[in-house]
Ligand binder design. Sequence first.
Ligand code: FES
Length: 92
Amino acid sequence: MVTITVCVGSSCFLRGASQVIESFRSLIEKEAPGMVELKGSFCMEKCGNGVSVKIGDLIFADLRVEDVESVFREHVLPAVEKKAGCGPHVHH
Ligand code: FES
């Protein structure tokens, strides 16, 4: 299970944390249902101009709603595939 943690502290909340969560939620439903856990967290002490999000052990600060899809494709889907044990290059 890959975990995405979205900061819902006051700074991130004001900068769109709930839209970021919604956007991740619909991507997960479409692309990797049941494979990703979505959580909220208190302030990650990276308050900035966007929302702080943690994917596994990686922290992304200053994320915007419009960045969610590319982060999801670049960092979440590969992690899901790795955990599922069937990466994109199964054929040799
Ligand atoms: S409120 Fe999100 S990092 Fe501080």
